[in-house]
Design a protein around this ligand. Structure first.
Ligand SMILES: CC(C)(COP(=O)(O)OP(=O)(O)OC[C@H]1O[C@@H](n2cnc3c(N)ncnc32)[C@H](O)[C@@H]1OP(=O)(O)O)[C@@H](O)C(=O)NCCC(=O)NCCS
Length: 170
């Protein structure tokens, strides 16, 4: 299995992995296309897992902001992540997340947010975000699924406010 940056030759495979992972729904596959065509897209944060020349997993991390009055902080949001159903629970999702977070850190980002399974993400350092002073108004979600991961020690003490997902998410 190889973890690498997505290229344009992977777009079909990435579409398929998102459709298959999300019960044949196309919403997440279309979300990937929408983000890819937006200002918030960072090419090296669209990462694929390839096995036997097939795309079996994909993660996308992209730009968002945290707004606190006049202050705006650049952050990253993780969405979506998808692994082919026949190869789930083999560590592919984990490898994609660890590589994604590592690349975000290298690019100088301090915080990564997501909305996701509360049982899955804490092992990668994600914690409920509202208890750290973050708000989310664009999506109505419970406290345990809105999560943040601190990539640089102390970042959670410095930044507070409302997470704003860009237009490409809607
Ligand atoms: C969520 C998803 C990306 C995880 O990928 P994966 O390759 O199956 O996950 P991994 O094998 O890397 O799992 C890593 C760990 O999480 C556990 N795990 C996997 N899926 C889990 C889940 N849904 N809930 C809780 N734990 C889970 C694994 O048992 C493993 O534990 P370990 O490290 O202690 O051994 C994949 O299941 C998927 O594509 N699901 C459908 C789409 C989806 O729900 N995406 C996320 C939306 S928030």
């Amino acid at each position: 299995m190889m973890i690498r940056t997505e290229t344009s030759a992977d777009y079909d495979g990435v579409y398929q992995v998102n459709v298959k992972a999300f019960d044949d729904r196309e919403d997440e596959a279309r979300l990937v296309e929408s983000i890819r065509n937006s200002e918030g897209f960072i090419p090296e944060l669209s990462i694929v897992a390839e096995k036997d020349n097939e795309i079996v997993g994909h993660i996308l991390l992209s730009k968002a902001v945290v707004q606190d009055g006049e202050n705006t902080n650049d952050v990253i949001v993780l969405a979506p992540i998808a692994v082919m159903p026949n190869v789930q629970k083999q560590g592919i999702g984990k490898a994609l997340i660890l590589e994604g977070l590592d690349r975000c850190r290298t690019l100088g980002y301090d915080l990564v947010f997501l909305i996701g399974h509360p049982e899955y993400y804490p092992k990668f350092g994600f914690q409920p975000a509202r208890q750290h002073g973050f708000e989310l108004k664009q999506f109505e979600v419970s406290d345990n699924v809105f999560m943040v991961c601190e990539l640089k020690e102390g970042a959670l003490q410095k930044v507070k406010g409302e997470l704003i997902y860009p237009k490409s998410f809607f």
